[in-house]
Design a protein around this ligand. Sequence first.
Ligand code: ADP
Ligand SMILES: O=C(O)C[C@@H](O)[C@H](O)C(=O)COP(=O)(O)O
Length: 351
Amino acid sequence: MKKFSFAPEKDVDVIAVGRIAIDLNPNEIHRTLDKVNTFTKYVGGSPANIAVGLARLGKKVGFIGKVSNDAFGKYVADYFMEKGIDVSHVTPSSDGEVLGLTFTEISSPTESQILMYREGVADLALAPVDISEDYIKRAKFLLISGTALAASPSREACFLAMTYAKKHDTKIIFDIDYRNYTWKSKAEIAVYYSLAGQRSDILMGSREEFELMEMLDKGNDIPDYCLADNYLFHGNQIVIIKHGKKGSLAYSSDRKAYKVGSFSVKLLKSFGGGDAYASAFLYGILEGWQMPTSLEFATASAARVVSSHSCSDAMATAEEIISFIADSNEAGTVIEEIPWNQSIEGGRSCR
Ligand SMILES: Nc1ncnc2c1ncn2[C@@H]1O[C@H](COP(=O)(O)OP(=O)(O)O)[C@@H](O)[C@H]1O
Ligand SMILES: O=C(O)C[C@@H](O)[C@H](O)C(=O)COP(=O)(O)O
């Protein structure tokens, strides 16, 4: 696949836009939330986790977002600074908006859910006035996280950020990132997700998130490659469709398709894999690696995080991921190049 190239004046690897929140993960596991007494606090929020993952991998990361004007807002901003993430465009909300809270429920060795408190959150107060063209111009990649499209003015802020990115050849990664809060209808979800997906250069999401973007009924048998084709047609270089423990499928504009398995780990929580995957995959792309190497690296990072208690704190260095791969039984076996129309569902035609 043609490698991405960037003007030398682009001195920031990735600028992420969207929510910084707090994860409260249970210290008592394999029980429902009502039976949990204590939690461990971590920085959370999908785009924040991805930013932390990239910073942990040594990339130069910026962030555009709004946080609460209180101790929690200071906590997340301080954590970002400690990780080396630029916070010059992370600003406190002005009308009392709060930081989102995500309670993870680890109800059994195989089941986990999240309960999010997102009423009046600061991240959705991000407005076009907060988007700096000069800042975005410096970035190789702009990461847009789908939940930031769930309400105005954050929605307009994201589309303005994408306009600036297009103007200055900053490549756009759209991580679909669906959370069933704030959205008013399935039609609204599909409109805004597909608008963003048609403007991106790298598009990633779970199968369920692609189905929401395409307004497809659950359980439909449209093959993944058909979903990918639609967005490659609109200019994406890479489309990745994630399938949980089964792994993922990746499609590139040079018509190469990859079926990616997963590494065997002891699952603790099924959350965090996507954020680790996104940060490690993007690291590989920034390093100029070929798709299979980036996909394996991403899959390994994801496996580490779903077997960890945290998401942000569990993000790994490149050395940790490489040694995880070396120590695993699946090294070199998780990636398979497949014929374009032989996705996980088989060789069915698109329509
Ligand atoms: N149980 C698991 N064991 C190992 N890897 C996993 C497991 N669940 C997810 N992963 C990895 O994390 C990636 C993303 O997980 P997924 O649940 O599909 O996305 P998201 O976390 O964004 O919802 C998967 O493609 C896979 O590589
Ligand atoms: O996205 C959130 O606000 C919660 C995250 O911090 C949490 O770690 C999580 O759900 C990760 O999501 P995933 O990587 O998409 O599974």
